[in-house]
Design a protein around this ligand. Sequence first.
Ligand SMILES: Cc1cc2nc3c(=O)[nH]c(=O)nc-3n(C[C@H](O)[C@H](O)[C@H](O)COP(=O)(O)O)c2cc1C
Length: 331
Amino acid sequence: MPEITTPLTVRGRAIKNRIAMLPMVTFPFIGDGEDYYNDRHERHYARAAENGAGLIILQSTNVAGAGREQGMWTPGSQAILARIAENARSHGATVMMQLAGGSDRDKDVNQWSTEEVRARQDELKRAAIRAAELGFHGVEYHFAHGFTLCRFMDAGANRRTDEYGGALENRCRIVTDILPEVRERVSDDFILSARMGEFTPTSQEGVATARHLESCGIDMLSVSFGMTVPEGPVPDDFGFSPVTHSGYVIKRAVTVPIIGAYGIRTGEQARRLIENRYADLAGIGRAMLADPRFAANILNGTPYRPCIACKRCSWFTDNTRCPSLKLPETV
Ligand SMILES: Cc1cc2nc3c(=O)[nH]c(=O)nc-3n(C[C@H](O)[C@H](O)[C@H](O)COP(=O)(O)O)c2cc1C
């Protein structure tokens, strides 16, 4: 039976335990200087690495500008990213970047010209290669949460009539087409992953999509939600959220490892997720903001500060105002 402390091998690389820090934009750190990434990001991720997380996935980074050292890829940002990767490596953590195909401010993907899609594809490719050069162990393409790649993948949202719309192979093409070239340009153990939801918009469609991504060379899948958050129902004895259940549905359909997520806030939940084989890695988001030592504490069986699920850290707000940061370590 796998345990929370059991290493997991992905593409020949051993992730030292089953705890994955989920990608979370650190909204209050933006605007500290002319470069997007700054020393506050460096300290934030160093703390996660020092405190035992087996896998750290950085917050979403928009690939726009990756080929031109612009946007989130200025030389100053890249210097910080290289230090984040180096810090994580020095603590034995596996560290990956999450790559977004665009932000919700982009115009509707149905209005992109074929040339615009190809240009973005080029940046999705360059960003992955650059991430490898900066010292990251892998990248996760962000097909979740209604953002640009999610809109390409979802059969309801994508109404394109060129080779990037229609059949599921076409809806994934913006990323799957570039995977062979990325693979050629990075080391053999570089992890190529994707974050997606089960419903694209149906479960059947999502399962077929996951299988297709696996067949195209995706090494790991992080399962969250797609255009909307599923509401269930889930089997009574499952004991986790409908989003976490999506991870289990996808896990049973593919052979690549799955990161399960959503609402995992206690050591008991993380252990149960892994021991029941509902997922291969326990994805932890807000609980890591409530207590940056969450991973170390649950691995060592020592008390931690609980996330009280107040949702104050939710999208586009200040996660450093987490009320749990003032609580004693009690759980
Ligand atoms: C402040 C904040 C920022 C987030 N940013 C991202 C992101 O950049 N990319 C992403 O895929 N998910 C993002 N998420 C979603 C988390 O990765 C995670 O799926 C969600 O918080 C549910 O997990 P949890 O219950 O363990 O927090 C963010 C969540 C929060 C709270």
